[in-house]
Ligand binder design. Structure first.
Ligand SMILES: C[S@@+](CC[C@H](N)C(=O)[O-])C[C@H]1O[C@@H](n2cnc3c(N)ncnc32)[C@H](O)[C@@H]1O
Length: 507
């Protein structure tokens, strides 16, 4: 797998893959704007005093500048030539080596034992505005560049290491990283460094968590191999999750029922039941509509999931096929049983190009690795991307209850439906409550929303999920495992709801 710009040549009976072509730099390149000149009044002077018997005395861990991630300014630091707090300026890098990984292109490994906390290398590149980053990421995408090298520096600028960069540009992502990025103030400019999170032994691949933000397009399989791997680059990001759950402004953002729960439609209890019902009640099949949209959504979600999971690194022009349901067996099911809501299918088909961010870590702001436009306000962007969906149809629990033979079963289903409705409205009002916090978070590029907000949100989401789970389990239990009035004692034509529409539950 060669990156664009790489060269291969033939030497002594074998093809040699040369390192990708890029200009190696050890300082950020400022073509877009002038390098800031630090004003004298802005220079931070620490209070360290060099003591030959204490190596930490000259701007070690206790140095006021070190504590505020600011490098000392030569000529102003009381430690003078002994100052140890000028690592970016003096390029005090760890020894590293470029190597060819299996599946992730090039990577960087430790070429010496590296202690936790050590500065490894600066992430250098061209400092550009976000607008220029947007333009370039689109251009790179059009040129078919697969690897992303643009990271965000602050709320208005990015670093592009695509054509000019340091060895840091080769460090791959891991969901269980041994390195992390940190931002330092160096002579009045913010610079990004890669630091060891833990002791790293010689020969180990270096990796940090990109905190990749996914905004549409191909879902790139993460090959980090960590036990805690999230599966795809950006899988933890809001964009990816909103896409997976089909969240959308105003109506459907917390449709947790769309989270794929099963690896394949085959594994889904509803699918199984439908199949059984199909074969045993084939006389009921023709022209009947399954009025179980929530179940439908489970299927739609897992279709998407299955298809994505099978996908390794998909070219962007194949994005639209993500909307199509590829597995022929499932297409069949979808056509025959009308299982897939058109809206869900259209929403998948309408995906745009991928925009990816590498979110900040504890000390950094957001990093962005982009391949498309970067919206300032994501929620607006999403509402553009996706079709406005009409309110989702719900399982008609009352109708289901009517079909149940025993009063207990009817009561159980109706009770669970009530609990589910309560949970939905709780989630709805909580969303309105925390919406300002979320929007503020997006505006300010903060690392994360307040923990209290996130915790509340997770709690209510879980509550809704559980309520839905209970309802559906109860339906399955009572419909599939107990005698029903609808199928066992009545002709299908007897089951008519208020809209005079024939309902068929499919079990
Ligand atoms: C900053 S570059 C890293 C260097 C890159 N491997 C190369 O050969 O130049 C980022 C790109 O490397 C690839 N990559 C990095 N980490 C990955 C991972 N864990 N799984 C899959 N691809 C990865 C992706 O294509 C990503 O866009």
């Amino acid at each position: 797998m060669l990156s664009s710009g790489e060269v291969i040549f033939y030497l002594k009976d074998q093809w040699i893959e040369a390192v990708p072509q890029y200009e190696h730099i050890q300082q950020n390149d400022f073509s877009y704007r002038k390098h800031r000149k630090q004003k004298e009044e802005d220079i931070a002077i620490c209070e360290c005093k060099f003591d030959a018997s204490d190596p930490e005395s000259a701007c070690g861990e206790r140095c006021l500048n070190v504590l505020t991630s600011t490098e000392c300014t030569p000529g102003y630091c009381p430690s003078g030539v002994y100052c140890k707090n000028q690592r970016f300026q003096k390029c005090e890098y760890a020894k590293t080596k470029l190597f060819r990984t299996e599946g992730c292109g090039w990577g960087l490994l430790a070429d010496e034992d590296i202690k936790a906390g050590r500065f490894i290398v600066e992430y250098c590149g061209e400092v550009i505005s976000w607008k220029e980053a947007r333009r370039r990421s689109q251009a790179y995408e059009n040129q078919g560049l697969k690897d992303a090298f643009i990271i965000s520096l602050n709320s208005s600028e990015s670093i592009d290491a695509t054509k000019k960069g340091s060895l840091a540009r080769f460090i791959n992502h891991s969901c269980q990283p041994n390195c992390e990025t940190r931002k330092w103030n160096v002579l009045g400019e913010i610079r990004v460094g890669i630091f060891a999170k833990q002791d790293i032994s010689i020969g180990t691949e270096l990796a940090y968590d990109y905190n990749f933000e996914w905004y549409g397009g191909a879902k790139v399989r993460c090959l980090c191999g960590a036990t805690s791997c999230s599966g795809f680059l950006g899988a933890k990001s809001r964009g990816f999750q909103e896409d997976t759950y089909l969240w959308e402004d105003d109506d459907d953002r917390y449709s947790v029922e769309k989270i794929p729960l099963y690896d394949s439609a085959e594994d889904e209890p509803f699918s199984k039941l439908l199949k059984i019902a199909n074969s045993s009640n084939s006389e009921y099949d023709s022209g009947m509509n399954v009025e179980c949209s929530e179940m439908t959504n489970f299927n739609a979600g897992s279709e998407h999931h299955v298809e994505s999971a099978a996908l390794v690194v998909k070219p962007l022009d194949s994005v639209s096929t993500q909307g199509a349901i590829m597995n022929p067996v499932k297409i069949e099911a979808s056509e025959e049983m009308n299982l897939y809501s058109q809206d869900a299918q259209q929403a998948f088909a309408q995906k745009r190009t991928m925009i990816s961010f590498i979110g900040g870590n504890s000390t950094c702001g957001n990093y962005h690795m982009g391949q498309g436009p970067m919206p300032k306000k994501r929620s607006k962007h999403y509402s553009n991307v996706k079709l406005k969906q009409p309110p989702q149809k719900q399982v008609d629990a009352k109708l289901v209850a009517k079909l149940l033979a025993t009063k207990e079963a009817q009561k159980e289903v109706l009770t669970y439906e009530e609990v589910k409705n309560d949970a939905s409205s709780q989630l709805s009002s909580l969303y309105n409550e925390i919406r300002p916090a979320i929007e503020e978070h997006e505006r300010d590029n903060q690392d994360s929303v307040a923990t209290s907000v996130a915790e509340k949100w997770i709690e209510v989401c879980c509550l809704k999920l559980k309520a839905e789970f209970d309802l559906y389990s109860s339906i399955i239990k009572n419909v599939a495992c107990a005698p029903r009035r609808g199928i066992d004692r009545a002709q299908p034509s007897e089951v008519v709801d208020n809209d005079n529409e024939v309902k068929y539950l499919g079990f």
